[in-house]
Design a protein around this ligand. Structure first.
Ligand SMILES: Nc1ncnc2c1ncn2[C@@H]1O[C@H](COP(=O)(O)OP(=O)(O)OP(=O)(O)O)[C@@H](O)[C@H]1O
Ligand SMILES: [Mg+2]
Length: 309
């Protein structure tokens, strides 16, 4: 449904998206996961045709977004990171506006708008303006505007930012309902848990590049069965590095003054041993964190930095 090949986007001499390729199939939720500034929005904006790529190809349903924008865009539904709703138009008029913009008319438009109001849970607020809505309600309406015309491909850029866990869950259900009718969904997020819960396949981005891609199982397998342990407190980096160099089966992922992250099999079982080693250098340890392999530890392993940072 979507085929992105060697996509590149420069802003002046700065490369925001660097040689990204992926394909998406019908009925699939494909996640772009990465920290702030990774290039997720820039990628999605190239896919939607909002900005022109500096290189590479984007095809939607076999149509090139640059050479055949009309055909390609007719298949798309877009839910941007910045809200695309009109604050002074009622919810129902926002939906009508976006439906009409995608070519729906008359009875088809009216019945589809009624359906979407139901889906996004705003039937009883249909006549109210978004300026009086909560953040979560605005996000739901923003989502509704992207699906009025039942697009084959839905592009969602951090649609759950600033919404409470309940609204987030509801939005996830709405996204799953879109894939159940056969749509493919491109979903960007910087929340590892969200990508883990929702996405069928995930590409991890950092500094404009794709650093990993696969199903959750495949990505977990890349971390191996290694647990990730972080020790923080007051210590210098060098003596800790020396002390840990002699420990079998432990490798340092990142080390800075006061914060050490290592990976090792059987983290809980090795913890006492690791604490002995670090306390032996005269370090003061204030906090320990043992994590099972997950996307966060994969990101840490590949980049040496925390996804949350
Ligand atoms: N129009 C622009 N002009 C110059 N630089 C830009 C422009 N748009 C984005 N960038 C830069 O490109 C990089 C990627 O930005 P982008 O918005 O794609 O990141 P993101 O992964 O969506 O981040 P976030 O999680 O914060 O939304 C950033 O360093 C950003 O400053
Ligand atoms: Mg973004």
């Amino acid at each position: 449904m979507i085929d992105v090949r060697n996509l590149r986007k420069q802003f002046g001499s700065f490369t925001a998206v660097d040689d990204i390729s992926f394909t998406m199939r019908p009925g699939e939720i494909f996640g772009l996961l990465g920290p702030n500034g990774a290039g997720k929005s820039t990628t999605i904006n190239c896919v939607s045709g909002l900005i022109a790529p500096s290189g590479g190809i984007v095809e939607i349903g076999g149509h090139d977004i640059v050479r055949e924008p009309k055909e390609a865009k007719s298949k798309l539904g877009i839910v941007p990171q910045e809200l695309a709703i009109y604050e002074d138009l009622s919810a129902i008029h926002n939906l009508r506006f976006w439906g009409a913009a995608y070519g729906l008319k008359g009875e088809t438009l009216a019945s589809r708008v009624t359906e979407v109001l139901e889906v996004i849970g705003l039937v009883d607020r249909a006549g109210d303006k978004p300026k009086d809505f909560s953040g979560g309600m605005k996000r739901r309406l923003n989502f509704g505007c992207g699906i009025v015309h039942e697009p084959d491909v839905l592009l969602l850029d951090e649609p759950t930012v600033g919404v409470d866990p309940q609204s987030r869950e509801r939005l996830h259900d709405m996204v799953r309902a879109e894939t159940a009718r056969g749509a493919s969904v491109l979903y960007t997020t910087h929340h590892m848990e969200e990508a883990e819960m929702l996405c069928d396949r995930i590409a991890i981005m950092d500094q404009g590049r794709k650093i990993a891609e696969g199903t959750l199982e495949e990505l977990r397998a890349q971390v191996g069965e290694q647990d990730v342990i972080t020790l923080s407190g007051a210590f210098d980096a060098e003596p800790v590095e020396t002390a840990f160099a002699n420990l079998q089966g432990v490798s340092i992922l990142s080390l800075e003054p006061g914060r050490l992250t290592v990976e090792t099999a059987d983290g809980p079982g090795r913890l006492a041993n690791l604490l002995d080693a670090i306390l032996g250098t005269g370090a003061e340890v204030r906090e320990t964190l043992v994590r099972r392999p997950n996307l966060e530890s994969l990101f840490l392993k590949l980049t040496g930095t925390e996804l949350r940072a």
